[in-house]
Design a protein around this ligand. Structure first.
Ligand code: F6P
Length: 347
C-alpha cells in the first residue's frame, strides 16, 4: 500500500512528530511505502512528492516546523483544482492520504472525500486549539508555554517600571492561547474574541490594581479580539485586509491599538509586545511530541482499517476516530465557565 502524507495551513510544533509516527508505524507494522506531499495541497496539484523512509524521519521528533513544507493552497479556489487533485492521487499510485492540518486543510480533505471519494484520514493541527472533534490539538501546548514564558518576563519589567504591558498572542477565532497563557502567567486582564470587553472596563481594572498598591499591569490580548467602547462603538484591527485562499484576513495590531487606547484613557505609561510567529516556531514541548505521536500512530491504524473521511481526535485521554464533518462543523470556542474562571483573577 502507498500512503501519502501532507501538512497544510500554518506550521505548528509537533508536525514532524506526527510524520515520524505515521512512517514508523506504517513501515514497521504494515510494510507500507510512504510518500510525502510537499507544500500542502499545492504539492498534490503539482505532483511535488518525496519518498518517506525511516532515514527521512530520523532525528525529526524535536524539530519544529514540517519537513514536508506547508502552504495555504485551497484546491477549490483553483480552476479544476479538485479534479486535478483526484487525477494526481491516482497517477501517483496513492492508496490513502493522511492530511495533517486545521479547519481549512481538513475542510478540503472532507470535500475531497465527500465529493470525489478520495481515501483520506485527518490529523488535527493548530496552535489555536479551535478545532472541534478533539479536546486538544498538538502545537497548542507549545504556543501556550512560549506565551506564558513571555508573560512571566513582561511581568518583571512591568513591575520595575510601573508600566502597563500589553501582550498580543495568536488566536484568530478562539482565545484559547490568550486564556491559558494569561491564566498560567497571571495576566491582570485577558481579552478574547469570544467575550468582548470595553476599553473603559480594561482601564478600570488597571486603576483598581493601582489603587491597591500595584502600579503595573499585564494585559494579554488575543489577535482576534475586537476593540469595544462603552459607547457601543467597535473596531476589528487587522494587519492587512487582503484575504488568503480560505478567505482569512491577516490579523495583528490589536495589541498596539489597545495599548494606545489604555494610554489615552489612563495617562499611564504603556508598552506593547506582539509575540506573533515566535509562538509557532521552534521545538515542541514533550506534551505536543507525545500527542502528535499518538495522533500519527492512530492515523496509520485508521488507514489500515479503511476509516476514510475520519480524523484522529483526543477525547479525555483516549485517541479516537471522529468524522471529519464533526471537526470542521463549528469552531471550538472558549466556554462561559472558563471565561468566568479567568475573570476571578482580573484586576
Ligand atoms: O491558524 C494559526 C495561526 O497561527 C493563527 O493564529 C494566525 O492568525 C494565522 O495562523 C496566521 O496565518 P499566516 O501564517 O498565514 O500568517
Amino acid at each position: 500500500m502507498n500512503v501519502a502524507i501532507l501538512t497544510g495551513g500554518g506550521d505548528c510544533p509537533g508536525l514532524n512528530a506526527v510524520i515520524r509516527a505515521i512512517v514508523r508505524k506504517g513501515i514497521g507494522d504494515y510494510g507500507w511505502e510512504l510518500t510525502g506531499i510537499r507544500m500542502g495541497w499545492r504539492g498534490l496539484l503539482e505532483k511535488d512528492t518525496c519518498p518517506l523512509d525511516l532515514e527521512a524521519v530520523s532525528g525529526i521528533l524535536p524539530v519544529g516546523g514540517t519537513i514536508l513544507g506547508t502552504s495555504r493552497t485551497n484546491p477549490s479556489k483553483i480552476e479544476g483544482g479538485p479534479e486535478t487533485a483526484v487525477k494526481n492521487f491516482a497517477e501517483l499510485g496513492i492508496d490513502g492520504l493522511i492530511a495533517i492540518g486545521g479547519d481549512d486543510t481538513l475542510g478540503v480533505a472532507k470535500r475531497l472525500y465527500d465529493e470525489q471519494g478520495v481515501h483520506v484520514v485527518g490529523v488535527p493541527k493548530t496552535i489555536d486549539n479551535d478545532l472541534s472533534g478533539t479536546d486538544y490539538t498538538f502545537g497548542f501546548d507549545t504556543a501556550v508555554s512560549i506565551a506564558t514564558d513571555a508573560i512571566d518576563r513582561l511581568h518583571t519589567t512591568a513591575a520595575s517600571h510601573h508600566r502597563v504591558m500589553v501582550v498580543e498572542v495568536m488566536g484568530r477565532h478562539a482565545g484559547w492561547i490568550a486564556l491559558m497563557s494569561g491564566l498560567a502567567g497571571g495576566a491582570d486582564v485577558i481579552l478574547l474574541p469570544e467575550f468582548p470587553m470595553t476599553v473603559e472596563d480594561v482601564c478600570d481594572l488597571i486603576e483598581s490594581r493601582a489603587a491597591r498598591g500595584k502600579p503595573f499591569s499585564v494585559v494579554c490580548v488575543s489577535e482576534g479580539a475586537k476593540i469595544l467602547w462603552r459607547s457601543g462603538e467597535q473596531k476589528e484591527v487587522v494587519a492587512s485586509a487582503e484575504v488568503d485562499a480560505f478567505g482569512h484576513v491577516r490579523l495583528g495590531g490589536v495589541g498596539s491599538f489597545l495599548a494606545r487606547e489604555i494610554k489615552r484613557v489612563t495617562g499611564r505609561e504603556v508598552r506593547e509586545t506582539t509575540l506573533g510567529y515566535i509562538q509557532r516556531g521552534g521545538t515542541p514541548t514533550a506534551h505536543d511530541r507525545i500527542l502528535g505521536t499518538r495522533f500519527g500512530v492512530k492515523a496509520a491504524e485508521m488507514v489500515a482499517a479503511g476509516e476514510w473521511g475520519m480524523m484522529a481526535g483526543l477525547k479525555g485521554d483516549e485517541i479516537v476516530s471522529v468524522p471529519l464533518a464533526e471537526a470542521v462543523s463549528t469552531w471550538k470556542l472558549v466556554p462561559q465557565d472558563m471565561w468566568e474562571l479567568a475573570q476571578v483573577f482580573f484586576g
